[in-house]
Design a protein around this ligand. Structure first.
Ligand code: ATP
Ligand code: MG
Length: 391
């Protein structure tokens, strides 16, 4: 018997002729997510992936946790792989049931069998009955409940046979890197990490950019963004984080532009810088955490003005979501606790008392023409620091 990990994937099965490409990508992503935990073979067979440790002290639990975060993975199970030999199946089924009962104190169970190997002489119901009876007779106090059992013992009979009970859900989606690369505008808030995660889930590789206004915002605020990028990297693999010094630009906007337009102009300049850095990194789109109507700059008029600053697609995966829905995801992906740490962001330092909710593009352009942004933008990009953030 060998303890292995079974990985199930869903959506990419539907991708017709491209399926092998998606599968290869997923296998590659799983391999790079787990290589540091020890030696293991990653194999594909009949629409599943199997991770077979080759190392005595394999970090099983850590690998399972890590694999459930790989996009494209629907679920994983710790599995016992045995030869397709009925006596062995029976022996190990009882052994696993015994371990589960000892560990969790289960009182009821049922057996489910799938027979992928049609040459196997027994039918599935017969296997269920016989092995169910064998377990019932040998474990005191354990009874069968076919409707609502404490645990189900799954037996799959294929070329080899597999026994398992536990299944841990993944996030599904598409394998990362199957859908190009985008530049995420990452603030220290709740929304943008969630927006990045949602794009990653659709197979989009991410780089991130953060604007920071030292000394108006602190080192701790910057560290918070690095920490958020690190949590995202747990799903997406390493992330290049571009930290753009933004103080000069904010001071210039503050100095020369009408107060009620500060936020919109600031956001437009952020987008322009992000677009250039995106092009330099071969990213084809920008991603933000904006949601319709959430704050003054996120009205239809505001977003229209922001979008007009750039010539590449801007994705806003949270556009139709309420804050509560965003927070639910932030909790699920583990960014929430970091996001709510109090350190200030440049948007909260330079903020208008009454920002325009219906900015007009021609007026904004006129105000922008009062500042020579080009050299400021050039300097900001030249002095951008790039940090490689790893999970
Ligand atoms: P978040 O929770 O992501 O901070 P928010 O609701 O606070 O979003 P804004 O502050 O208006 O909204 O920012 C809107 C979006 O602009 C953010 O989701 C993020 O994508 C981007 N953004 C804002 N500030 C920064 C920053 N300092 N660096 C990088 N991107 C930023
Ligand atoms: Mg914010």
């Amino acid at each position: 018997m060998k303890k292995i990990i079974l990985v199930r994937y869903g959506e990419i099965i539907l991708k017709g002729l491209n399926r092998p490409v998606f599968e290869e990508k997923l296998m590659g992503n799983i391999k790079s997510a787990i290589y540091k935990f020890g030696k293991a073979k990653v194999l594909k067979s009949q629409g599943r992936i199997y991770i077979e440790p080759e190392d005595e002290n394999y970090e099983f639990d850590l690998v399972m946790q890590r694999v459930t975060k790989v996009f494209g993975v629907v679920s994983v199970s710790p599995v016992w792989k045995i030869e397709t030999d009925y006596e062995q199946i029976k022996t190990y089924a009882l052994k696993m049931a015994t371990e589960l009962v000892n560990q969790y104190g289960y009182k009821t169970f049922k057996v489910e069998t799938k027979r992928g190997n049609k040459k196997f002489p027994m039918q599935s119901p017969e296997v269920c009955n016989d092995i169910g009876g064998h377990i019932f007779e040998n474990i005191n106090g354990l009874t069968v409940d076919v409707h609502n059992p404490d645990f189900i013992l799954f037996i799959e009979i294929r070329e080899n046979s597999y026994i398992y009970s536990e299944t841990i859900k993944g996030h599904g989606g598409m394998p990362l890197g199957s859908n190009g690369k985008a530049m995420l505008l990452l603030s220290g808030g709740i929304d943008s990490p969630v927006a990045g995660w949602m794009m990653g889930k659709r197979g989009v590789e991410l780089e991130a950019i953060h604007f920071y206004s030292y000394p108006y915002t602190s080192e701790r605020a910057k560290q918070k963004v690095i920490d958020l990028a690190k949590i995202l990297a747990g799903y997406c693999g390493k992330i290049h984080l571009h930290i753009v010094p933004f103080t000069e630009i904010q001071l210039a906007i503050n100095d020369k532009c009408p107060e009620d337009q500060l936020t919109i102009i600031m956001r437009r300049i952020m987008m322009r810088i992000a677009e250039q850095i995106a092009r330099n990194s071969n990213a084809m789109a920008l991603v933000t955490g904006e949601s319709m109507g959430q704050v003054a700059s996120q009205t239809m008029h505001g977003l229209y003005c922001t979008d007009s600053a750039v010539n590449m697609p801007v994705f806003r995966p949270l556009i139709g979501m309420d804050k509560v829905e965003v927070i639910d995801i932030a909790r699920k992906i583990d960014t929430f606790e970091t996001s709510i740490l109090p350190y200030e962001d440049c948007c909260t330092v330079f903020v208008a008392k009454h920002p325009q909710t219906k900015p007009k593009l021609d007026k904004i352009l006129l105000s922008e023409s009062k500042v020579d942004f080009e050299p400021l933008i050039k300097t900001a990009i030249e002095t951008t620091e790039v940090i490689v953030v790893r999970p």
